[in-house]
Design a protein around this ligand. Structure first.
Ligand code: 5GP
Length: 358
C-alpha cells in the first residue's frame, strides 16, 4: 500500500495539539516531570484511549505545550510530518490560548504558531495567501511552471478553534483574531472541545459573525447523541462538519439535501467508541451516495494514526482501489477553505500525479 503514502493528499481536520509526535510529548513530559502523574504517563503511552481519556490527555498536553517556544516547535514538527507523507494541503486547526503565567495571549499564541510555520525547513511551505499569487506569477513568467509545481511543497492554512468551554465573548475574541490574521493564512473557524459541555446558542453569535465576514466555518457535529443540536448545526449551513457519528435518519436527510461536506475520521471514531466498528461506519453510505466527504486524521498523535494510515484503512475496509482512493483525495480540493488560486494549483498537482498513475 505504498501508493497511499506516495499519492498527494489533503488534510482538513487535524488539531495541532492532537498531532504532536509521541516522542516530543514524552520528552516534554519528562522535562516538566513534576506535572505528570504515573496515571497520566500511562495514558500518554497507551494507544487506545477512550473519549474521556482523550480529553484528560488534552488537558495534560496543554500544560506541557502552552508556552510560545513549545507551540512554535510542535507547529513546525507537525507540518513537517504531514508533508513527509505527501500531504499537499493542510488545514491545521488550533485553539488560541491565554496563559497569563507565561505572558501568553490568544494573539501571541497564534504568533507562535506562525513562527512555527516560518521555521519549517524540510519542505517548501506556502502559508501566506499573498505569496500564492506571487509564486505562481514568478513561475509563469520564468516559463517553468511545471518545475515549480514538481518541487515538494505543502500549502498550510489555519483554522482557529473555539473550545466548547468558552463564553460568547471569548468565542467572539477568537473570531476577531481570525479576521486580523487573514493575511497570515487563517481561513476559518472550528467549533470543538468536549462535546458534552456547552450550549450551541453560546457560540452562535460568533459563528454567525465569522460566516458573515467570509471565514469558513466547520463544526464538530454529532459526536454524542444530541438531536436538537445536530438539527441546529445543520440549519446553520456550515462549510463542513466533522464526525457525524450520532446522526438519526432525519439528520442524514438534511445533511444530504444541504450537501454539507463531512470530515470523516475513521480511527478517531473507533478509538473513542463513537462508532462500534468500521463495518457499520457511515463512510460507506456517504461514499456510495456520492456525498462530499474528506478522509482526515483528527489527532494523528493522540490516536496514533496518519493520513496515509486512514487511506489504507478505508481502502482495505471498504474495498476501494488505488483509483477510487486517488479520486477521494483529489475531490477534497473542492472543500478546502483557501481561495481559488490555491485550488487551481492543487488541481494541477493532482492532475500531474494522476498522469503518473496511468
Ligand atoms: P488544540 O486546539 O489545543 O491545538 O488541539 C486540541 C484540542 O482540540 C482539544 O483540547 C479539543 O478542544 C479539540 N479536539 C481534539 N480532538 C477532538 C475531538 O475528537 N473532538 C472534539 N470535539 N474536540 C477535539
Amino acid at each position: 500500500m505504498d501508493w497511499c503514502v506516495a499519492m498527494p493528499k489533503v488534510e482538513l481536520h487535524a488539531h495541532l495539539n492532537g498531532s504532536i509526535r509521541d516522542t516530543t510529548l514524552l520528552e516534554l513530559a519528562k522535562e516538566k516531570g513534576n506535572v505528570v502523574s504515573v496515571d497520566m504517563e500511562h495514558i500518554i503511552l497507551k494507544h487506545d484511549r477512550s473519549l474521556r481519556e482523550v480529553f484528560k490527555l488534552f488537558d495534560l498536553i496543554h500544560i506541557l505545550t502552552t508556552d510560545h517556544e513549545t507551540v512554535t516547535r510542535i507547529t513546525k514538527e507537525v507540518v513537517e510530518d504531514f508533508a513527509a507523507e505527501n500531504v499537499v494541503y493542510l488545514e491545521l486547526r488550533t485553539t488560541p490560548k491565554r496563559n497569563d503565567a507565561k505572558g501568553m495571549s490568544k494573539k501571541s499564541y497564534m504568533q507562535a504558531v506562525i513562527e512555527g510555520l516560518r521555521a519549517v525547513k524540510a519542505v517548501d511551505i506556502d502559508f501566506v495567501p499573498k505569496l500564492d499569487a506571487e509564486t505562481l506569477a514568478n513561475c509563469h513568467s520564468a516559463g517553468n511552471l511545471q518545475s515549480c509545481l514538481q518541487r515538494k511543497k505543502i500549502h498550510v492554512r489555519l483554522l482557529l478553534s473555539i473550545d466548547r468551554r468558552e463564553t460568547t465573548e471569548a468565542a467572539m475574541e477568537t473570531v476577531n483574531l481570525a479576521l486580523q490574521m487573514k493575511h497570515l493564512g487563517v481561513v476559518g473557524i472550528d467549533l470543538s472541545g468536549n462535546p458534552t459541555i456547552g450550549e450551541w446558542r453560546t457560540f452562535l453569535p460568533a459563528l454567525r459573525f465569522a460566516k458573515e465576514q467570509g471565514l469558513g466555518v466547520t463544526l464538530h457535529c454529532g459526536e454524542v447523541p444530541n438531536p436538537g443540536e445536530i438539527y441546529a448545526m445543520l440549519d446553520f449551513l456550515p462549510g463542513r462538519i466533522g464526525h457525524a457519528c450520532f446522526f438519526e435518519e432525519d439528520h442524514w436527510r438534511k445533511l444530504k439535501s444541504y450537501k454539507i461536506p463531512v470530515e470523516v475520521c475513521l480511527t478517531s471514531n473507533i478509538r473513542t467508541e463513537s462508532i462500534s466498528s468500521l463495518d457499520v461506519h457511515h463512510f460507506a453510505d456517504l461514499y456510495n451516495s456520492e456525498h462530499p466527504l474528506i478522509l482526515c486524521t483528527d489527532d494523528p498523535g493522540v490516536f496514533s494514526t496518519s493520513v496515509s494510515g486512514e487511506y489504507i484503512l478505508a481502502s482495505t475496509t471498504f474495498g476501494l482501489g488505488q483509483k477510487e482512493m486517488f479520486r477521494l483525495a483529489s475531490n477534497a480540493v473542492d472543500f478546502i477553505f483557501a481561495d481559488n488560486r490555491v485550488k487551481e494549483e492543487l488541481k494541477v498537482t493532482f492532475a500531474s500525479a494522476s498522469r503518473e498513475l496511468d
